[in-house]
Design a protein around this ligand. Structure first.
Ligand code: NI
Length: 389
């Protein structure tokens, strides 16, 4: 096991890479310059099997171990930024107004590059490591992780297990956290259109008021979680958009509503789809209105598999000590598109501590470079643990 001091030289280099990426953020699948930067670095380390342009701008690079035959495991980083105007006031702040690395994917990319450089030199493992650099983690369907899986990377590169890492500002630098089973929620979104009959606001009896109907639907949806699901199973239903008339004296013809569903149990997605529609339809019919409904399945539950979680926990404990690893955190209700890779292959996602920065997706966020050697060290040690010769 290599301790964090092993990676101090790489930390300095990775800090330069990270700040360069931070200054030059790109969004979604349009991460061309980022992908070019990553590809050039990988080639400069002596990696000769690099495939680019997967799912538009994704990259998979292979490092062969010198320990003989063995399986191929994948390590994944994401490369995209967010449409936010940066307010971190760092010397390396975004040069592009309205775009910034507010989720630390610049750090994720730099850490995987650091691990690539180290592993290429040492190659003390059997089998093969596939480095996955994906675009478009932040966007909605179809996201970069899904598109890379659909492009067949798991089959083509013979990947048997897949590992992911995300920074956590809530966790001190030098600490790791994860759990077996669901670690992040699924995300689905829905649209409801309540079609009543508009009219003069002074004569509601001649109209079918979709505003009152929508209000009853919103309140009833809250009882799906509080009254109809097992309280030990996590489900969130939030109505987030509402559009009715734009005048004081008009009852509109229709009301548009939309919202999001987050769940930790896959079966609750079916429940939510079925019951949101039944609730909206039942209430609307009672008042003589009609409903149009759309349920959009997005990211699945990020599900850590037991065997790979145990490998991740062992690696982190051996690396930073048991006291700095929490292996039983509560799942978070946000969604993460690494979930698609965990549907395709067994694996585990871990949080690496990134304390003393603003929260994720905040304009003042900046990845904490002190975390770089921990992320690099985790990757290197994970490879040497899982593919120990
Ligand atoms: Ni992120």
């Amino acid at each position: 096991m290599r301790n964090v001091e092993t990676f101090r030289d790489l930390q300095r280099e990775a800090t330069e890479w990270r700040r360069h990426l931070h200054e030059n953020p790109e969004l979604g699948f349009q991460v061309d310059n980022t992908a070019r930067f990553v590809t050039e670095k990988l080639a400069s380390f002596g990696i000769n099997h690099i495939e680019t342009g997967i799912a538009e701008t994704g990259i998979v690079a292979l490092i062969q171990g010198e320990g003989g035959d063995g399986p191929t495991i994948a390590l994944r980083a994401d490369m995209d930024a967010l449409p936010i105007l940066e307010a971190s006031n760092r010397p390396w702040s975004s040069k592009i107004p309205g775009k910034m690395h507010a989720c630390g994917h610049d750090g994720h990319t730099a850490m995987l590059l650091g691990a690539a450089k180290y592993l290429t030199k040492t190659r003390k493992f059997k089998g093969c490591v596939a480095l996955i650099f994906q675009p478009a983690e932040e966007i909605e369907l179809p996201s970069g992780g899904l598109k890379m899986v659909e492009a067949g990377i798991m089959e083509r590169f013979n990947i048997s297990q897949v590992f992911g890492m995300h920074n956590s500002p809530d966790l001190d630098v030098g600490r790791f956290a994860l759990c077996d089973g669901p670690i992040m929620a699924s995300q689905d979104d829905f649209d409801i259109l309540v079609k009543g009959r508009g009219g003069h606001a002074a004569a509601p009896h001649r109209a079918i008021d979709p505003v009152v109907i929508a209000a009853q639907i919103i309140l009833s949806l809250q009882t799906l979680v509080s009254r109809s699901t097992d309280p030990t199973e996590a489900l969130v239903i939030s109505v987030t958009k509402l559009k009715a008339a734009e005048a004081y004296n008009i009852i509109p013809d229709q009301v548009e509503m939309a919202g999001t569903v987050r769940a930790l149990v896959p079966g609750l997605r079916d429940f939510a789809e079925r019951q949101i529609l039944a609730t909206a339809q039942g209430i609307s019919r009672a008042f003589g209105a009609e409903v149009e409904f759309k349920y959009i399945r997005s990211v699945p539950v990020t599900f850590n598999h037991t065997e790979e979680t145990n490998l991740a926990v062992k690696t982190a404990r051996d690396f930073v000590g048991s006291a700095s690893v929490d292996d039983n955190i509560r799942a978070r209700m946000g969604a993460e598109d690494f979930a698609y890779m965990l549907e395709a292959r067994p694996g585990a996602m871990i949080y690496v501590g990134n304390g003393s920065t603003a929260g994720l997706h905040h304009p003042a966020y900046d990845f904490n470079d002190d975390a770089l050697p921990y992320g690099i060290g985790y990757w290197v040690n994970l490879v040497e643990t899982v593919l120990g010769a």
